[in-house]
Design a protein around this ligand. Structure first.
Ligand code: 4AD
Ligand code: MG
Length: 430
């Protein structure tokens, strides 16, 4: 059976087709009514007149409600005055199910109300645009790595040890043993890099973030490439090529959605490699020059990141952070032991950190020392340490937070709109 979708309307001009969807809105007159039909791919104006439609179809104007499901058959015409550039002259409108009074109307609703109704709110034009851009970003991520000889290695969600510190671990009972929800696939990705050279994992990750911010979810998606024989510079080369590719794909395929969101396209067009690279030490100088009292060794807060990224029109990569504030698995700078071979990529326009990564420690003694400094035992990381026992190798990787990137590219104020069903400190429903 042939299916017809509103987004392909240009191919149907002059044809009689059937569209299946929901009544987004309508306007009613005496001898004519207009139905904005939503089918998930777009919105089509259907014109229902007393002359062109059968009587039952025409009379539906007296019963139809917002979000009722309907099937409409009619001829498609080019119509520059209608929102999508096309309209349908309806011959038949079939009511599939009459909707109860829809809770989301055109008037302004508070965010809490909309979040409580997230399962319905997803149908709105703005949320639709965001999710389609998210979809394109996910496709770009997969295409990028698939086109460059990376093998997808899925990593487990139940894990037995921390990757990113114990403070944000979610724990659960695993048949009498303690298990944690994954904070990152990285350690398993390193095993993958030793087996396949270049790999990536891409899946949901979990952090018990107790703070209420515009940038943190408790469940978010992260893509993590891991590459054998890559040093920090090669890692940064890959990260900038990756992020420019994602932005270019969205610009190529999602212009109407970016318009719906009123996104300033010129800001995205500036995102071209190479990106500026500055050391943490130089980033601290930028802060001092901007009147911030900041001591070398501290971590950047959200406002610090904004000041640093505001110096540039594209993402900036900050490298060589103080080792004391970075994870145990990061390699120390051979030229200065107080620094880790870390990189963070900060998005422009105040969107903050979108990538965190590093060159990994390949020396087993150094790694064991740091595991113990963190209060853990060699036992906890026994299999991970094997990767240094059996053919240790220089390697690097990074993690990109999908929702942070969606927020930035869409120009959203808050991360909660970037994922279909957000999980935050105060939301588990819907
Ligand atoms: O900087 P993070 O913690 O790095 C890691 O997890 C490494 N193991 C990755 C690696 O090297 N393979 O997290 C990576 C990214 C951050 O830059 C941010 O974009 C995102 O994950 N992120 C979050 N996004 C939403 N909500 C949160 N609570 C996030 N925490 C991190
Ligand atoms: Mg980080």
């Amino acid at each position: 059976m042939k299916e017809y979708f509103i987004q392909n309307a240009q191919d149907y001009v002059g044809q009689t087709v059937t569209l299946k969807g929901w009544a987004y809105s309508f306007r009613k007159g005496g001898k004519i009514w207009f139905l904005q039909l939503r089918d998930g791919t777009g919105i089509m104006q259907c014109v229902v007149t007393k002359f062109d439609a059968d009587e039952a179809s025409f009379e539906l104007k007296n019963v139809i409600t917002q979000e009722s499901s309907v099937i409409v058959t009619g001829e498609i015409k080019a119509e520059p005055r209608s929102p999508g550039g096309y309209e349908m002259l309806a011959a038949k409108v079939e009511l599939v199910s009459l909707a109860d009074e829809y809770p989301i109307s055109k008037k302004d609703h508070g965010t809490d109300f909309l979040m409580d109704n997230r399962h319905l709110w997803l149908r709105s034009k703005r949320q639709h645009a965001i999710m389609r851009i998210r979809h394109t970003i996910v496709k770009a991520i997969r295409d990028f790595f698939d086109d460059r000889e990376f093998t997808l290695i899925d990593t487990p969600i139940f894990q037995q040890a921390a990757t990113e510190g114990t403070a944000t671990l979610f724990s659960t009972d695993y048949f009498g043993e303690k298990a944690y929800l994954t904070q990152s696939g990285q350690l398993y990705g390193e095993a993958g890099a030793a087996a396949f050279g270049k790999i990536y994992c891409f899946g949901p990750t979990f952090r018990a973030e107790k703070s209420r911010t515009r940038r943190h979810l408790t469940e978010f998606w992260m893509v993590e490439p891991e590459m054998a024989y890559y040093d920090l510079d090669m890692n940064m080369d890959l990260a900038e090529e990756f992020v420019s590719y994602i932005v270019a794909q969205v610009l190529e395929h999602r212009q109407p959605e970016l318009q719906t969101l009123d996104r300033d396209i010129s800001k995205l067009e500036a995102v071209q490699a190479p990106f500026p690279r500055i050391s943490y030490t130089d980033a601290v100088k930028v802060l001092t020059e901007n009147g911030v009292e900041f001591k070398w060794g501290a971590d950047f807060g959200a406002t610090d990141e904004t000041i640093i990224s505001n110096q540039f029109d594209r993402p900036v990569m900050v490298h060589r952070y103080p080792s004391a504030i970075k994870a145990f698995y990061m390699k120390r700078d051979p030229e200065d032991d107080k620094q880790a071979m870390a990189l963070d990529m900060l998005a422009p326009e105040g969107y903050g950190e979108i990538i965190g990564g590093s060159q990994r420690e390949d020396d087993i003694e150094a790694l064991i020392r740091r595991i113990k400094e963190d209060g853990a035992t060699e036992e906890d990381y026994a299999w991970y340490l094997d990767l240094r026992r059996y053919g240790s190798f220089p390697h690097s990787g990074f993690g990109l937070g999908l929702e942070r990137v969606v927020a930035w590219i869409c120009g959203l104020k808050h991360i909660r709109e970037t994922i279909p069903f957000p999980r935050t400190i105060n939301r588990l429903n819907p």
